[in-house]
Design a protein around this ligand. Structure first.
Ligand SMILES: NC(=O)c1ccc[n+]([C@@H]2O[C@H](COP(=O)([O-])OP(=O)(O)OC[C@H]3O[C@@H](n4cnc5c(N)ncnc54)[C@H](O)[C@@H]3O)[C@@H](O)[C@H]2O)c1
Length: 322
């Protein structure tokens, strides 16, 4: 038998069409949406539409209006619902604050009490923050673009001048290494190299900087050397894979996932999008097939300009157009 909620959902025709569109375009992929809204059948339709758009939805109700069957339905469909129906203002306050603990990037509010609590104690989203990406290969490019899409101010450190130039053409700042580190609030390594950020950088890193590695091996950030440095007064292993090194001058250096590849080694190892991996793995499968069938030759590698000339010209351009 069709439930009341299913019936309401099927009759929210606009939302149904939007949900179909969102399921294709996924505008909220990798975003958390926090809501404080009446939990009843029509808001179920709304919240599940947002979820179809790729959002992680975390929600609580308004005071005294939460319908238990709506809560049950949402939970069964992957929406995290905090609390249940309540008339107790203190309890309602705790529910709202629990939603904000998830630090949603987007907030949808009905009545303003969720916003009001956010404004009392705003957390930082990456919007407007200074992000420094080490390495401008395929991975660094994706990271830089993705932070820029989140309205961060992104700079790139890349030792290859041609790629540094490309980063510049792509609209990123390419500061000197120490100048970049000095202002960065988030530092991400994606180089495949070792010891990219080390204890030697402790003096220039700013208070509350977040260090993240996206490279394959946990060697890009010299975690053990940083931990053993005499300037580190205290180490705190916090929740969600966040380690904090408190320096003797009071600055805190945060590290995610112990320096392991953050998107696969962290507490939420979602990896990359299915579509990108499908594409990459399809190429790998076809390449292996070509090798196995003997269909490759040295001519498959194309080098249009000797790389030393590329490097010289790029260095000169960066110098002249600084
Ligand atoms: N997190 C993920 O999902 C994911 C996915 C694929 C690959 N990876 C890993 O990410 C890393 C980078 O992959 P890629 O394909 O972009 O590699 P890449 O070789 O194309 O790019 C790495 C870039 O880093 C630069 N570099 C090296 N050392 C540097 C340093 N000390 N300072 C500044 N720049 C430096 C290099 O010049 C190069 O351009 C590898 O370890 C790879 O295995 C991670």
């Amino acid at each position: 038998m069709t439930s009341r909620i299913d019936w309401v959902r099927s009759n929210c025709r606009l939302l149904r069409a939007i949900a179909e569109d969102f399921a294709r375009t996924r505008p909220f992929r990798e975003l958390t949406i926090g809501t404080g809204i009446h939990l009843e059948p029509k808001t179920v339709a709304l919240l599940l539409t947002l979820k179809d758009g790729g959002a992680r939805v975390i929600s609580t109700g308004n005071l005294n209006s939460t319908q238990p069957e709506a809560v049950e339905y949402l939970r069964a469909n992957g929406v995290q619902v905090i609390g249940d129906r309540t008339t107790d203002e203190g309890e309602h306050d705790r529910y709202l604050r629990s939603v904000l603990k998830a630090e949603p990037e987007l907030i949808l509010d009905n009545g303003g009490d969720l916003f009001a609590r956010y404004l009392e104690d705003p957390y930082e989203a990456t919007n407007g923050r200074n992000v420094l990406v080490f390495g401008y290969g395929s991975v660094g490019k994706g990271i830089a673009a993705s932070f820029r899409n989140g309205y961060a101010s992104v700079a790139v450190i890349e030792r290859d001048p041609v790629l540094r130039l490309e980063a510049r053409f792509d609209g990123f700042q390419v500061p000197e290494r120490d100048a970049g580190l000095k202002t960065a609030e988030i530092v991400i390594t994606a180089t495949g190299a070792e010891g990219v950020v080390t204890e030697a950088d402790l003096d220039v890193l700013r208070d509350r900087v977040v260090l993240i590695n996206a490279g394959h091996f946990p060697a890009e950030i010299a975690v053990e050397r940083i931990a053993a440095d005499p300037r580190v007064a205290r180490r705190q292993d916090g929740p969600e894979g966040v380690t904090t090194f408190v320096l003797s001058d009071g600055r805190a250096i945060h590290l995610l996932a112990g320096g392991h590849m953050v998107n696969l080694g962290g507490p939420r190892p979602l990896g990359n999008s299915i579509e990108s991996m499908d594409l990459g793995f399809a190429l790998q499968a076809r390449c292996l097939e070509a090798v196995a069938r003997g269909r490759t030759s040295p001519d498959d590698v194309v080098v249009p300009v000797p790389s030393s000339i590329n490097a010289t010209v790029a260095e000169a351009f960066l110098e002249l157009y600084r």
